[in-house]
Ligand binder design. Structure first.
Ligand code: ATP
Ligand code: MG
Length: 560
């Protein structure tokens, strides 16, 4: 270690908000180069290489063949599929000296489809699965969390090409199982959840989410059946609406009710009986979104539902020339379809009755009935999901948790094949359109997720498969411990173990042991007081169990 490029820091980096970021910087695995852009130091390179090796092995096991596309891509194919617009500000765009448009690849569906269209001729060329390990670029709005959300990051992406739906399902299933093996080997705890397919188009898709409190994805699990889904994909369960005669609309004074809670309390109804209306600007149009008052509009879901339109919350300025819109007191009665297009949560079903804004300051209206007093222009799934909401599959209560997406598998279908005319000659001699799947796995993000799930207050604790070294030898004492440690290192090396020796002579025992725990190799071997008698202390980094072991037995203990 005296000559190796390992630099540990005593202090946490100031910009690090999550444990993996803090520890990977402190322990000398990565350094910040720019916001969301990192340099990999030798220890980090070894972990990233370990993760990549496991992923490569499992991709090859399902018959996928490795290719490598450039990261610098021509812009036209992305214009052809509309993704230059769909990705918007997320794209790093550039021009060459002649003014031609390029971009730094955020993902490679277009390029793979073009390659397949150029190279595949007949159904005999199928099925085919190609993959690459490549650096991706996305100008993320909030590149926090270190490697969890980089603007430059490493991804394995693969693409399957099949003649029919059955073939696509098979390729998808093979990837699903490969990912399960990958994450098991990497020591990543994960859940497979149904996903919203988003900008990719296509239909069936699932995400592999690693549960962690620092995750930016929220998912639900049913306590009763197997249902698991990203909240972005959870449909509202709409109770049956009993048919009753509702009294007419009644407008009531509601002073001092700044929140839904105070309003509900004053009128003696639950928050879920109130109708909250959020005004947003969708491109250039003002639209109102109605959701039950115990929920919020999830802006991520809203953007997805209205994509590719741009959505933003209205500001005071937007009200200036619209006196009929009374800020904080908007109701759809008399307004929906006239003053604004009215989108609503499916729970705002025909026949339901609500307390809502009266379109006058300090006043609300009750008995406002959907279908009688207003109509909904379009139903949208944009409301937040609440713990205990009914499962859309079995009605059981849903629990909510947070996670980080480490992988995403899609049955794309023929969207991209249609865009680029990807046909092969079918068995009947007629051209047949190819169906595709796309499968992403974040390699650098996986490094951070492993660190997130495998650390304690003293530092990192790598699973054996991806640890930079198997064992960290720490000589302590004034005798010939260093020489003995180097001797032991030779024997362990000969036994096929990867060994890091702390041969620093200017570091105290305390510093060396603290660093060993920070760096997080699975085994720490302390060559100390009893080394002269041929006995060392073998510690498991995880759990901390320690035992005295004779020199000759160390390799055996570590290899078990
Ligand atoms: P997210 O919702 O977290 O932004 P995404 O849905 O945009 O991710 P995909 O386009 O499906 O992600 O990319 C495939 C994989 O690449 C993801 O599952 C994730 O592991 C990884 N990934 C995506 N964006 C980033 C990023 N900014 N930094 C690191 N890894 C990323
Ligand atoms: Mg996603």
């Amino acid at each position: 270690m005296s000559s190796s490029f390992v630099r540990t820091l005593r202090e946490d980096p100031a910009d690090a908000e999550v444990p993996s970021h803090r520890l990977l910087v402190r322990a000398g695995y990565i350094r910040r180069a720019a916001a969301g852009v990192y340099t990999w130091l030798p220890l980090g390179v070894r972990v990233l290489a370990g993760v990549t090796r496991v992923v490569r092995e499992e991709m090859e096991r399902i018959g996928a063949q490795e290719v490598l596309f450039p990261a610098l891509l021509p812009r036209e194919p992305y214009d052809a599929t509309g993704r230059t617009d769909a990705y918007g500000d997320l794209l790093f765009r550039l021009r060459d000296r002649r003014g031609a448009g390029y971009l730094l690849g955020p993902t490679h569906e277009e390029m793979f489809t073009l390659l397949a269209a150029a190279e595949l001729a007949s159904y005999r060329d199928l099925p085919l699965v190609l993959f690459q390990v490549q650096t991706k670029y996305r100008d993320e709005a909030r590149p926090r969390s270190g490697l969890l959300r980089g603007r430059e990051f490493s991804m394995k992406d693969s693409y399957s090409f099949d003649l029919d739906d059955a073939g696509l399902r098979k390729a998808y299933q093979a990837h699903r199982e490969a990912y399960q093996r990958v994450f098991r080997r990497l020591g990543i705890d994960y859940r497979i959840v149904a996903a919203f397919s988003g900008a990719m188009g296509g239909s069936v898709s699932e995400e592999f989410l690693a549960p962690t409190p620092v995750g930016e994805d929220t998912f639900v699990l049913c306590g009763q059946c197997e249902y698991a889904a990203n909240v972005e994909a959870v449909p509202a369960v709409v109770p049956r609406v009993p048919s009753v005669d509702h009294p007419p609309v009644e407008v009531v004074d509601t002073p001092d009710t700044p929140t839904i809670q105070t309003l509900a309390a004053q009128l003696g109804v639950p928050a879920s009986a109130t109708l909250k209306n959020l005004l947003v600007r969708v491109d250039d149009e003002i639209v109102a979104i109605g959701v039950p008052g115990d929920r919020d509009v999830d802006l991520g879901r809203l953007e997805q539902a209205l994509a590719p339109a741009r959505v933003r919350i209205v500001e005071a300025g937007d009200f200036a020339d619209r006196p009929e819109l009374v800020r904080g007191y908007v109701g759809p009665q008399g307004m929906a379809g006239r003053a604004f297009r009215y989108l609503a949560d499916p729970r705002v079903a025909p026949g339901t009755s609500w307390v809502t804004g009266a379109n006058e300051v300090d006043r609300h209206a009750r008995n406002v009935v959907c279908g009688r007093d207003f109509t909904v222009d379009r139903y949208v799934e944009v409301a937040t999901v609440l713990p205990g909401d009914p499962c859309p599959r079995c009605g059981g209560p849903l629990a909510i948790d947070r996670g980080v997406e480490v992988g995403h598998i899609f049955q794309l279908g023929r969207v991209y094949a249609d865009a680029f005319g990807l046909d092969v000659l079918g068995p009947d001699g007629a051209p047949a359109r190819v169906t595709m799947g796309s499968y992403g796995l974040g390699l650098s993000r996986a490094v951070a997720v492993i660190a997130e799930q495998h650390h304690d207050e003293r530092g990192l604790a790598w699973p054996a498969e991806v640890a930079p070294y198997d064992v960290h030898l720490v000589p302590v004492g004034r005798g010939d411990q260093l020489a003995l440690a180097l001797d032991l290192a030779g024997r362990l090396d000969a036994a096929g173990l990867r060994v890091l020796v702390d041969d620093r002579t200017d570091a105290s025992a305390g510093v060396k042991l603290t660093d060993a725990e920070l760096l997080g190799m699975p085994w720490i071997v302390v060559v100390g007081r009893r080394a002269a008698e041929g006995v060392v202390e073998v510690r498991e980094r995880r759990g901390g169990a320690a035992q005295e072991v004779a020199f000759g037995d160390v390799a055996g203990v570590l290899s078990r």
